[in-house]
Design a protein around this ligand. Structure first.
Ligand SMILES: Nc1ncnc2c1ncn2[C@@H]1O[C@H](COP(=O)(O)OP(=O)(O)OP(=O)(O)O)[C@@H](O)[C@H]1O
Length: 894
């Protein structure tokens, strides 16, 4: 990759024709527009800036005039808009349709009650979302994003580089970009050194694109879609560094134009598959119900369209209207509690559900499982003997690759090498730095070009990097002060020596060198051929203190762990063993070749460690695991982890991760505490358990009621429940079920990944729905018998009242008995659910007897009915408990 510097050249006529936006003063550069064709000097002049950047005063004045560098992230909608927006929920939409159908057939009572249901659920939902949105925004602010800006305190003061929040950047600012940074605005490069950027968010391109400074971009003709001298907000620096001029901020960036908000597109996640999958299956049932009820009543009872309100009420009876409210409330409560108690920030609400569902977690090694504070242990020559000069050459490389970078931030390996060489008195200043090819994770090499004292006609290329990659570029090897040809046998011996060192847990860098005639032009990867291998630098990186505990916790929770690392397979395997994991057969990404999808997932499923992964390999493996049906989390902290963080169901990073990883992750862990993963997964499982508990209870009792209503509708000469009764009963259920938003499921929900699989789930609700219907039908018998003994035999009002009471009592029982866990001890209800169930039971008994009874066409059943009902309910309770405890396949839906 060439090192490029744009020097101002003669000005050309500005081709900028979109004009200066009135009132803003500065041109609304969108990067993709004509200003791309201006020379660097013209752009600097146009933006009233200079290569040394703005003064603080200028920047402040621009910030006040033009506003913050924030993409207009779809301003928080007003209350009415939010309310109308919640009508888009599919259940609410179906309810609305049913309400319209009822109104069309002049069934005003049904239509009114449906409207009450819609309004109540929309109000609760929009209120809940508003609350959740606010707490999410507050949580996201705890993970700020900054940019390195070069500013001056006064006109004549020297420029200083400092970190400022990204939203404080203004057009005309000069920023520094380094590996792992987000491009904070649309920028034009002034200088670049080995710069490559990921711009997948904008172009979908998965590999990093090289960028360089061009002083006079090709004018005329069509501008290339991706001008190499422009970087756009939303992209991230994969390698190298650069200095750039901000040409567009906030709403004027290309990113804002493309998306109008910082929304990130990702494929279907575990949350979409489970909760949405179940919701859509139900909606299909709901839509099928009215025609089926109408047809059955017409065929068996000769009833016509007059049964439509009843058919509609039956469909409404199936709806879990409170689902969106419970989902939002359960996740938002879980996320806030997690931030409060463990410092873990969940940036996307459904990610908490996905965390609970994760059954395989991929981790990178360096910086996640290790401390990323390497210390040089020794340096060796090609024979494996101590060789201080190898460390000195490595230090020359580290010093000049850092020194010649636009943003001189040494990585931890470079820091360790410089510290160790410094202690031994090495002086990299003895050489003159000519050029540098900074570390590039896809080539796994860093190169410094230096001139040795007194040798003006020769340039020395000093290369350090991963052993295999350096050896691939070597033609000879230094042995006892002389160069010998590097044949295959020699290469194998060197790889063996490296493997021995790595097996001791050391990180290894190979060092090589080449002499070339001095030249003026830039250097690139093509120049790295025929190098002379010098030796290795071996470094020790201690394990993170909490890593062993964290891995144990994950195993206990039924989460498989895979380590995907760019490091040597031996080093990774040793780290794995030291952490108490059996590495099994260690794979290298190279051996996986071009495998994709299920074949790749199958290959990876057997391995615990995949070494020598590039960023793309990590993402490929994560995607393959997901395609193979695993719910996959990825935990990483480096620039080479970004694609995998985005590819996973849930991307997690520690607080100290590079900026792009923090931006790309869904969950940010507290500083250096990996055991927080366990707490985060537990919180996710609790929230999912709450949602599953709600769905399980609501749907099995709703289904039971619907089956019973259909049966009774066909058996009885009158409607078993009037539409208004069905809907009042629904309102009571909904109100009671709100208690689930405050529920905490039992420990069983925390033991294994919480996945709602549609098939298992439907099996569960069918089984318990049938049980519920059986209790209902037994109640019909009991009612018929009890009323037979009185003068009011065959009175529909008595039947309605008796059934209403039974329905609410069985619902209350289900709330207590079907929460979570197969064992009685785990089913103890917490406060809110307990109270709600009790309230439901009281209403069920008293409402038909109260003054509200007659208007709802209910009148008190005889005392005998209550005694018989108690027997039916006891049997029902026993049956519920027995099936729940002894049928493991049913409890798998938990
Ligand atoms: N600054 C550097 N200069 C030269 N080579 C480096 C440098 N940093 C890393 N390498 C080499 O490149 C390899 C891959 O590095 P990369 O950053 O992709 O992964 P890693 O840090 O080893 O592991 P992980 O993926 O677990 O974070 C390293 O193992 C090392 O051999």
């Amino acid at each position: 990759m060439p090192e490029t510097t744009a020097a101002p050249t003669a000005a050309r006529t500005p081709a900028h024709s979109r004009g200066v936006r009135p009132g803003r003063g500065l041109p609304p550069f969108t990067g993709a527009g004509e200003p791309a064709a201006l020379t660097t000097l013209q752009v600097l002049r146009l933006l009233d800036s200079g290569p040394r950047g703005l003064t603080e005063e200028q920047a402040e004045e621009r910030l006040l005039r033009y506003g913050e560098n924030v993409v207009p992230a779809r301003r928080p909608p007003s209350w009415p808009r939010r309310f109308v927006g919640s009508l888009r929920d599919p259940f609410t939409a179906v309810l609305l349709c049913l309400g319209v159908v009822s109104a069309a057939v002049a069934s005003w009572g049904t239509a009114c009650v449906i409207m009450v249901l819609v309004v109540v659920s929309c109000a609760l939902r929009s209120g809940g979302e508003h609350q959740a949105g606010r707490s999410m925004a507050a949580l996201r602010e705890l993970v700020p994003t900054t940019a390195s800006v070069q500013r001056r305190t006064a006109d004549d003061a020297p420029p200083r580089v400092r970190e400022i929040p990204v939203d404080q950047l203004v057009v005309g600012d000069v920023v520094r970009l380094g590996a792992g940074d987000l491009v904070p605005a649309d920028v034009r490069l002034l200088r670049a050194s080995g710069l490559t950027v990921h711009q997948a968010a904008l172009t979908g391109e998965s590999v990093p694109v090289p960028k360089n400074a061009l002083d006079a971009p090709a004018g005329g003709g069509a501008e290339p879609p991706e001008p190499p001298h422009l970087c756009f907000q939303g992209s991230s620096v994969a390698s190298g560094s650069g200095t750039a001029l901000v040409i567009a901020t906030g709403p004027d960036t290309r990113f804002a134009a493309a998306y109008g908000g910082p929304a990130r597109r990702r494929g279907e996640t575990a949350f979409d598959r489970s909760v949405h999958g179940i919701a859509w299956t139900l909606i299909r049932f709901m839509l099928l119900t009215p025609p089926l009820v109408l047809m059955a009543n017409a065929a068996l009872r000769g009833r016509g369209l007059e049964t439509l309100p009843f058919a509609v009420a039956v469909a409404v009876g199936l709806t879990p209207e409170m689902l969106p409210v419970i989902v939002t409330a359960a996740l938002a409560r879980g996320a806030s509690a997690l931030a409060r108690t463990s410092g873990v920030i969940v940036k996307r609400l459904p990610a908490l559900h996905d965390l609970g569902a994760v059954d395989v977690l991929c981790l990178d090694k360096t910086g996640t499982l290790t401390q990323d504070r390497p210390v040089v242990e020794r340096s060796l020559d090609a024979r494996g003997d101590n060789a201080p000069d190898v460390l000195e050459w490595a230090a020359v490389n580290s010093f000049w690759t850092v020194e010649l970078a636009e943003l001189p931030v040494p990585d931890t390996l470079d820091e360790a090498i410089l510290d160790a060489a410094g202690e031994r008195g090495a002086d990299p200043f003895a050489y003159d730095g000519i050029a540098a090819l900074p570390f590039d994770p896809s080539h796994r090499l860093a190169t410094a070009v230096v001139r040795r004292p007194g040798r003006h006609t020769t340039h020395t290329l000093v290369v350090k990097g991963a052993v295999e990659d350096v050896l691939d570029r070597c033609g000879s090897v230094a042995v006892d002060g002389a160069d010998a040809a590097l044949d295959a046998a020699h290469r194998e011996r060197l790889l063996g020596l490296a493997a021995e060192e790595a097996a001791g847990g050391l990180r290894l860098l190979a060092v090589a060198r080449a002499e070339r005639p001095a030249r003026l032009g830039p250097y690139s990867d093509k120049d790295l051929r025929g190098l002379t291998f010098l030796g290795f630098v071996a470094l020790r990186d201690a394990l993170a203190p909490t890593a062993t505990d964290a891995l144990e916790d994950l195993a206990r929770r039924g989460v498989a762990v895979k380590i995907l690392t760019g490091d040597h397979p031996g080093t990774a395997a040793r780290a794995c063993r030291d952490l108490g994991l059996d590495p099994g057969e260690v794979l290298t990404a190279g051996r996986l070749g071009d495998l994709r999808g299920p074949q790749l997932a199958a290959a990876v499923a057997r391995a615990t460690v995949v070494a020598r992964c590039t960023a793309q390999d990590k993402a490929r493996i994560v995607s393959a695991l997901r395609a193979g049906g695993r719910i996959t989390g990825f935990l990483g902290d480096g620039v080479n982890d970004l694609p995998a963080l985005r590819a996973a169901d849930v991307g997690i990073c520690p607080r100290g991760a590079v900026t792009v990883a923090r931006e790309g992750a869904d969950v940010v862990l507290a500083e250096k505490d990996l055991t927080a993963i366990d707490r985060a997964i537990t919180a996710g499982r609790r929230s999912s358990g709450t949602i599953a508990g709600y769905l399980r209870i609501t749907l099995s009792s709703n289904l039971g009621n619907v089956i019973a209503m259909l049966a009774a509708g066909l058996l009885l000469p009158f409607l078993p429940m009037l539409p208004a009764q069905v809907l009042v009963q629904n309102l009571c259920f909904d109100a009671a079920q709100l208690a689930f938003a405050f529920d905490r499921p039992g420990p069983a929900a925390e033991r294994k990944p919480a996945v709602l699989r549609t098939r298992t789930f439907l099996r569960f609700i069918t089984a318990f729905g049938l049980l519920n219907a059986a209790a209902d039908i037994a109640t019909f018998g009991v009612l018929a018998f009890a009323s037979h003994t009185t003068a009011r035999a065959g009175d529909p009002a008595v039947f309605h009242a008796g059934w209403f009471t039974e329905n609410l009592l069985t619902q209350a029982m289900v709330m207590l008995l079907l929460r979570t866990g197969r064992h009685a001890a785990e089913r103890r209800a917490t406060g809110p659910v307990h109270l709600a169930a009790a309230a439901l039971a009281v209403i069920g008994i008293l409402l038909p007897l109260s003054p509200l009874g007659p208007p709802l066409d209910m009148s008190a059943p005889p005392a005998l009915y209550y005694a018989l009902l108690a027997a039916v309910l006891t049997l029902y309770g026993l049956a519920l408990s027995t099936v729940r405890t002894h049928h493991p396949a049913l409890s798998a839906a938990a």
